[in-house]
Design a protein around this ligand. Structure first.
Ligand code: XIL
Length: 329
């Protein structure tokens, strides 16, 4: 019976974990003990909710919501508008051609209305728009069907529709590589321009898919400062610390090395120290999972390569990383 993680961070921010229908069973004890926020890993994405035009499927999301309610956990909503895990029907008409701008925006509005209204009061913040900024130098927005068909405006429309559906909802823009200076500036520019147009946006989500070396602490700090200067809340939405750096393509490790675990613990300590420093802005910190027995990194960016990115090991026991994070709370 180790100290509860969220408890020690109560004065600073919520501590969350991404969950799915399997992990709310297999990691039930761990999740309910150490976390006070959850995010659906896949179950609230467009494709999950709305696989065909006249069919909404709420079962799995509803189950996660009731799991959260039974255990007194807060829920983050993820995500309404994205280029991945989005059904093809959305962009096409019956004859297979692309729909026009009005049709796509009307479909988007219907989706956002339906979802936000259904979960009004159950979800404390929504990732309204996910990952629309390009990683390429010199390119602002990521090419997508959303952009092709509806133009840049689909972004502000998404926030406007969400706000209309629930004026109380906290609305976020969420992205990865958020601490890379070039991309950071593009995210800053996007959110600044939305704010200058009075588009209802209340926060920026920093996904924080990091590793033992990258991004540097200095880059993380600068990103937090830059985003905070826009006067929005910050959520760390998908934190994990991969034990592999980007160039490392090894696939044969059965266990993490001792050195990896030591470096990860130091890294986590530095990261949480920084988060605490900025807890005036950072109101929620969510890991993209809970314990090392299950992580999406086992299949990303390399298929079938075990990773150990969290504070708890494959048996749900605390790692050195946990103790270091707890120590500095
Ligand atoms: C990932 C899930 O973890 C996987 O199970 C799924 O196959 C793909 O999506 N950025 C996001 C998340 O915003 O929704 C992604 O989640 C990880 C990257």
């Amino acid at each position: 019976n180790y100290p509860k993680l969220y408890h020690d961070y109560k004065e600073h921010f919520l501590i969350g974990a991404a969950v799915n229908p399997k992990t709310i069973i297999s990691q039930h004890e761990l999740i309910t003990r150490h976390f006070n926020s959850v995010t659906a890993e896949n179950e609230m994405k467009f494709l999950s909710f709305h696989p065909s035009e006249n069919q909404y499927t709420f079962d799995q999301a509803d189950q996660l919501i009731s799991f959260a309610k039974q255990n007194g956990l807060n829920v983050r909503g993820h995500t309404l508008v994205w280029h991945n895990q989005t059904p093809e029907w959305l962009f096409h008409s019956q004859d297979g051609s692309l729909v026009d701008r009005e049709t796509l925006l009307a479909r988007m509005k219907d989706h956002i209305d339906t979802i936000i209204t259904r979960y009004k009061g159950d979800i404390y913040a929504w990732d309204v728009v996910n990952e629309v900024i390009s990683d390429k130098v010199g390119e602002f927005l990521r090419p997508s069907k959303w952009l092709d068909i509806a133009g840049e405006e689909f972004i502000e429309k998404a926030f406007l529709y969400a706000h209309e559906a629930d004026p109380e909802a906290l609305l976020f823009y969420n992205d990865y590589n958020e601490s890379v200076p070039e991309k950071r500036e593009k995210i800053y520019k996007l959110v600044k321009s939305l704010k200058s147009k009075d588009v209802p946006i209340h926060g920026i989500g920093l996904q924080a898919h990091w590793n033992l070396e990258t991004p540097s602490l200095d880059h993380i700090r600068k990103a937090i400062e830059r985003y905070a200067s826009l006067n929005v809340q910050l959520h760390i939405t998908e934190l994990d610390v991969s034990v592999f750096n980007y160039e490392d393509k090894r696939t044969d490790l059965k266990y993490p090395t001792e050195e990896m675990m030591i470096r990860q613990a130091e890294r986590y300590e530095q990261i949480f120290y920084l988060f605490k420093d900025y807890s005036e802005y950072i109101t929620s910190v969510t890991f993209w999972g809970a314990a090392d027995d299950y992580t999406w990194l086992d299949n990303f960016p390399v298929r079938n390569r075990k990773n150990w990115p969290f504070l708890f090991d494959i048996d749900h026991n605390p790692k050195q990383s946990y103790w270091r994070v707890l120590d500095i709370a």
